[in-house]
Every structure is written in structure tokens, then in C-alpha cells.
Design a protein around this ligand. Structure first.
Ligand code: KG4
Ligand code: ZN
Length: 344
């Protein structure tokens, strides 16, 4: 079964084609047109600008994805089984472009359409590639960390999700982005904070900076990162030389987030006796988070399977949406194009 995925939730215009069968879900094409360079100037995503860029990019990106996957547009019904599109959460003006394009194509090509929740899309990034025996995977605890969301999701089976905890204020990625802005660094903040943190040398660096680990031992599986951002603001206001210590601040800020995320993920896996732990979302690109979570799992839950997406499927992409679409198509969970709605 071949699925075209479309993703326009934020500032990436993306289209991909996957082929799913009993062996797994394999990516035939994965095209992303990123607007990062445009939004960088403003220090964050400007929704109206993002929507206009999506309008310009959407058809060329879809075309490229179909071409790379060798899909014959003249004979589309033979080559393509369904279109999966992210219908939210995200920026409404951005989502509209992807959703309306998907509806129009589904109608004119006369092929089924599937609505995909963007967070579920991120989760399915872990199901790209050769499939594993689901008896070994479920139930699974999934740490979903992106610019818009920070959640612990209990996944009992395909398309069976339960949110057991989420952020009460800022998402982890948003905290990284805001911290980078405060430190005078560029957008998006996550990768920059992470590369600054790498420059920090624990053995020789003088200024030992300490930040709180918000809600690490309270609030159940909920998170809160806005206090951490305030702590950083106070710390740099008091430190006249903070610009000389960016790597130390970046390192401590990153470690505070990692400590909280790992601690709650491990507790959730223990409480729900899950067979696997998965990490996903834009922040799952963070090398230290990937490394430290893997280490913690092998030390304290050695029988638990740990899955992380390939780097290219961590931040927003359409292969994850198409993969989620494959599993929904298998269950014949299609939506009539007339009923397709944005879900904020
Ligand atoms: O999943 P995503 O592309 O978009 C949303 O659904 O929000 O995630 C984007 C977020 C941004 O906040 C970005 O700073 C963060 O992911 N991010 C990272 C890294 N790469 C991207 N955060 C920490 N470390 C990284 N290496
Ligand atoms: Zn995302």
C-alpha cells in the first residue's frame, strides 16, 4: 500500500510517499521545504508569513515527492492508495494549506483521505522501517517533545493513545527557543543551545551554574518549564559576564530539561510496566537526551526496548504522517473529504 503524506502544521512544507506492507513501512520519498531562514529574522515563526510560504511551496513539494517515488500522476489510482494529512494541532493558517490541498487532490484523483493528528504523526516516526513484533512493543510509553508539546503518552496498540502527562505551560522545545533568544542566540534554539552546551568543559569551566529541575518529584507526569526560563533570566541579569559563559548556561539549562524528562519517563514506564520506551518530536534530535535516556534505560530497565526515530524524522516531516496514515488505512479509518476538519 502506498500513501502520500502531507505536513504543514508550522513552518515546514513537507510531502512524502511511503510503502507499507507486512515487513514494515518504507520511505520512497521525503521532501521538506523549510522556512527557518525566513523566520530566523523575526526570532520565531510568523503565522501569516508561514501560510504564504506554504501556498507557494505546497504543489512543487508534492510534485517532487511523487516524482521521487516514481508515482505516475496520469495513472494515480493505480499507484497511490491514499493521502494522509496532518490536521492539527498547529498554526491554523499553516494547517489550512495542507488540509485544503489534500482534500482537493483526494477529490480530483478520487482516492481516500486520512486525517492525522500531528502528535500521533511524531509517534509514528518510530514505526518507519522494518516492523517489530507488536507483542514486544506494547504497551509503550512515549516521550513526545517538540516546540509545541511535551507529553507522556501511553500507547497500548496502533491508534490507541492515552496522554498521562503534559506540560502545564511551555513545551520543552519552546523553552529551548526562548532560552536561546535570552542568550542572544539564533532560532530555532534547540540545536544552538545543544551545540553551545557541547563546548562546555565540565572539568575546566569555572562558573558552576545551578538551575532548578521544575516539578521533578511532584505533579505526577506533568511538566512545567516556564520557571526554568525565569531562573535563566534572573541568572543572566545578575551575571555581567554571562556572554563569556554561554556554554555553561546552555549546558545547565539543557541538563535541567533532560533530568526532568528522563526522570518522569522512567517513572511512567515503571508504573505502567511498559515493554518499550520511545522518544519523539523535534527535541528528540537532542543528542544528549538520546544518549542519557538510552543509558538510564539500560541501567534501570534493561529489558525495555528503546526506540528513537532516525534524525531526519525527528523534526516536522511528512514521512511520519504517511506512516501514521498507513496504519490507519490498514484499519480503513478514512475520512470523507467533505468531513475533513482542522483540529487545533
Ligand atoms: O517537532 P518540531 O519540528 O515542531 C513542532 O511540532 O513543534 O519541533 C521543533 C522544536 C523546536 O523548538 C526546536 O528548538 C527543537 O524542536 N529542537 C531541538 C533540537 N532540534 C530541534 N531541541 C533540542 N535539541 C535539538 N537538537
Ligand atoms: Zn512537530
Amino acid at each position: 500500500m502506498k500513501i502520500l503524506g502531507i505536513e504543514t502544521s508550522c513552518d515546514e512544507t513537507a510531502a512524502a510517499v511511503v510503502e507499507g506492507n507486512e515487513d514494515g513501512v518504507f520511505v520512497l520519498s521525503n521532501v521538506i521545504s523549510s522556512q527557518i531562514d525566513i523566520h530566523k529574522k523575526y526570532g520565531g515563526v510568523v503565522p501569516e508569513v508561514a501560510a504564504r510560504e506554504h501556498v507557494l511551496n505546497i504543489l512543487p513539494v508534492i510534485d517532487k515527492a511523487l516524482k521521487k517515488a516514481d508515482i505516475d500522476k496520469k495513472n494515480i489510482k493505480k499507484d497511490l492508495d491514499a493521502i494522509a494529512v496532518a490536521t492539527g494541532p498547529g498554526l491554523i493558517t499553516s494547517l489550512l494549506v495542507g488540509v485544503e490541498s489534500a482534500k482537493t487532490l483526494a477529490y480530483s484523483w478520487n482516492i481516500p483521505i486520512i486525517s492525522i493528528n500531528h502528535i500521533a504523526g511524531h509517534i509514528y516516526a518510530n514505526f518507519i522501517g522494518k516492523s517489530l513484533d507488536t507483542k514486544l512493543l506494547f504497551p509503550s510509553i512515549i516521550l513526545t517533545v517538540s516546540g509545541g508539546h511535551t507529553m507522556l503518552v501511553l500507547m497500548r496498540d496502533f491508534d490507541k493513545f492515552e496522554t498521562i502527562g503534559e506540560t502545564r505551560d511551555d513545551a520543552a522545545g519552546e523553552a529551548f527557543d526562548k532560552a536561546a533568544k535570552m542568550l542572544g542566540l539564533s532560532y530555532p534554539g534547540g540545536p544552538i543551545i545543544s551545540s553551545e552546551a557541547e563546548k562546555y568543559n565540565k572539568n575546566t569551566s569555572q562558573n558552576i551554574i545551578k538551575m532548578p529541575r521544575p516539578m521533578i518529584s511532584k505533579g505526577g507526569f506533568d511538566f512545567s518549564f516556564s520557571g526554568l526560563k525565569t531562573a535563566l533570566r534572573y541568572a543572566i541579569e545578575e551575571d555581567k559576564n554571562y556572554q563569556k559563559n554561554i556554554p555553561a548556561y546552555a549546558h545547565e539549562f539543557q541538563q535541567a530539561i533532560i533530568d526532568v524528562l528522563i526522570s518522569k519517563t522512567i517513572s511512567a514506564a515503571k508504573k505502567y510496566r511498559t515493554k518499550s520506551i520511545m522518544l519523539t518530536g523535534g527535541v528528540s534530535a537532542n543528542k544528549e537526551l538520546r544518549f542519557q535516556l538510552a543509558q538510564k534505560i539500560s541501567a534501570s530497565l534493561p529489558d525495555t526496548i528503546f526506540k528513537i526515530p532516525d534524525m531526519q524524522y525527528t523534526t516536522d516531516n511528512a514521512a511520519m504522517v504517511a506512516c501514521a496514515g498507513y496504519y490507519k488505512a490498514k484499519q480503513r479509518k478514512f475520512t470523507k473529504w467533505q468531513d475533513m476538519k482542522i483540529e487545533l
